[in-house]
Design a protein around this ligand. Structure first.
Ligand SMILES: Cc1cc2nc3c(=O)[nH]c(=O)nc-3n(C[C@H](O)[C@H](O)[C@H](O)COP(=O)(O)OP(=O)(O)OC[C@H]3O[C@@H](n4cnc5c(N)ncnc54)[C@H](O)[C@@H]3O)c2cc1C
Length: 473
């Protein structure tokens, strides 16, 4: 039964009435503070209150919500931890925000096969804490305290992607509730399979626009025998970038290589209380493996850094020192924000093939100098991915100047064969770049997929795909 001729408010009431009849009334909230908390993610100003928030505890709850929303044409946006930065979770008008953060069970742990199945609301930090005794860990580590479902939906990565890959490489299968409320399982537990279309990959990075993920089958990895971390500072940004490029080109299996420029390093020293470092451009390294392999990686890396005028290697030997260092790296966004606490920070996220990274960063530095804005640079340079954290005020002029710089940086990356987003995703913030990056034909196929899987466009409408031509076949 559909009621598309009634008003959006009446249709929403019908959905809520259906859910209450199904015994889900206690999971529905319209409290102002709950609505506010679900009206936006991080970083982007875009905000709109959802009409109601529903807290799911099981796949069946998600299916019940989507069945009702599909029948009554009510938009629904999945909400994990709300750490996404491109307006991903900002609801459409009269939408339900479907919060999965209460779905935190480890459904199965197969230590002998190095995999596990978890509910989508579990965070990667909670997963790692719970499986610590197995000697295994899950390596994908975005800076925010994100849920694994949200990380699938944004195809997230982090500091360890250079060694372990992104969510794309670390998810074996999914349970997904489709727009109609039908539940499907994709993939499986095996490391490879040659059967059928790769639907797991289709849902990874789909930002809640094709289905809602309720369970994730994850690859786990053995904790390395030896881990060693070091820091090398440089007087010149180009030397640091060149060092990162050469490390990757030489095939050194480094676990992490992160860049913080002098502005970011000064901010992180202040914010995270890092001692013993100068406010200079810095590379953070981590090496992992058997002791002999780590020693070899260290020797090769040190030689490359010193040949590029690295000032010296400082070691973070103890687990506490390493934790302090990587926590400082993960807190870099908040350190940049603390430079001007009342300002706003817009983070670019472009990525280029590693050989073009030096050229891109040199051009970006020129754009920043011309903009007159304060912009720390940092990033996962081993992947060719970096963030310019554009600090601006809240005036329309300040915002326009920041967006102008953002666009210049993105178009530089696209011209070098890159992408406008290496890890944050599209949401609303990157919509304008998709046609340049993918071309009209490719986008028309994506729109056809969206129409097939979500014919009434109830799933996170207005995100990921700009309007346009639909491939007809
Ligand atoms: C300080 C900081 C540092 C960050 N660093 C990184 C980084 O290094 N790397 C990186 O990749 N990202 C980073 N991010 C961005 C963010 O943490 C990631 O995008 C993360 O994957 C979002 O997860 P979440 O659980 O918060 O999802 P949310 O923000 O709640 O949702 C994100 C999107 O996924 C959809 N969604 C959520 N759950 C589901 C589900 N179960 N099924 C279907 N769709 C769903 C939502 O509708 C939305 O479109 C950072 C953010 C911050 C604030």
């Amino acid at each position: 039964m559909t009621d598309c001729l009634s008003s959006p408010a009446e249709r929403l009431d019908s959905v809520l009435a259906t859910l209450r009849e199904n015994g889900m009334g206690v999971r529905i909230s319209t409290s102002p503070s709950v609505l506010e908390a679900h009206s936006h993610g991080e970083a982007m100003d875009a905000a709109r209150l959802p009409a109601a928030v529903v807290f799911a505890e099981a796949t069946d709850d998600v299916a019940a919500v989507l069945r009702a929303c599909h029948a009554h044409r009510v938009p629904v946006v999945a909400f994990g931890a709300g750490t996404s930065v491109e307006g991903h979770v900002t609801p459409a008008e009269h939408a339900i925000s479907l919060d999965l953060s209460g779905m935190t069970d480890i459904v199965e742990l197969n230590a002998e096969d190095l995999d596990c199945r978890v509910q989508a609301g579990l965070t990667r930090q909670a997963l790692n804490a719970q499986i610590r005794d197995t000697g295994l860990f899950f390596p994908v580590d975005p800076g925010g305290e994100a849920t694994l479902g949200g990380m699938c939906a944004t195809r997230a990565s982090g500091t360890a992607a250079v060694r372990y890959g992104t969510m794309k490489e670390n998810v074996l299968g999914l349970t997904v509730v489709l727009a109609t409320g039908e539940v499907v399982r994709t993939g499986g537990r095996v490391r490879k399979s040659s059967t059928g279309y790769d639907l797991t990959s289709l849902f990874i990075g789909s930002e809640g626009t094709l289905g809602i993920i309720t369970e994730v089958q994850l690859r786990l990895h053995g904790r390395p025998e030896t881990i060693s971390a070091a820091v090398c500072q440089f007087a010149n940004l180009n030397d640091a970038v060149q060092t990162a490029i050469e490390i990757i080109q030489c095939g050194i299996p480094i676990s992490r290589v992160e860049l913080l420029d002098d502005v970011q390093m000064a901010a992180s020293i202040r914010y995270s209380g890092l001692s013993g470092y100068e406010p200079l451009t810095t590379l953070f390294f981590e090496f992992a493996g058997a002791p002999a392999a780590v020693a070899e990686q260290v020797t090769q890396t040190e030689a490359i850094a010193l040949s590029n005028n690295g000032l010296s290697f400082a070691w973070a030997d103890t687990a506490e020192d390493r934790t302090r260092l990587w926590k400082a790296r993960h807190d870099a966004f908040w350190a940049a924000k603390a430079i001007e606490p009342t300002a706003r920070v817009i983070s670019t996220d472009c990525i280029v093939p590693i050989s073009r990274l030096g050229e891109l960063i040199a051009g970006v530095r020129e754009d920043i100098a011309r903009s007159g804005l304060r912009v720390p640079l940092l990033g996962h340079v081993g992947d060719g991915n970096f963030h310019a954290l554009i600090i601006t005020d809240h005036t329309p002029q300040g915002y326009a100047r920041a967006l102008d710089l953002d666009r210049k940086i993105v178009f530089r990356a696209l011209a070098l064969g890159g992408s406008c987003s290496g890890e944050h995703g599209v949401g609303m913030g990157k919509l304008e770049f998709l046609e340049t990056e993918h071309g009209d034909g490719t986008l028309s196929v994506m729109r056809a997929l969206k129409n097939t899987m979500d014919p009434h466009h109830i799933l996170n409408p207005g995100k990921l795909l700009p309007p346009g031509r639909i491939y007809q076949g």
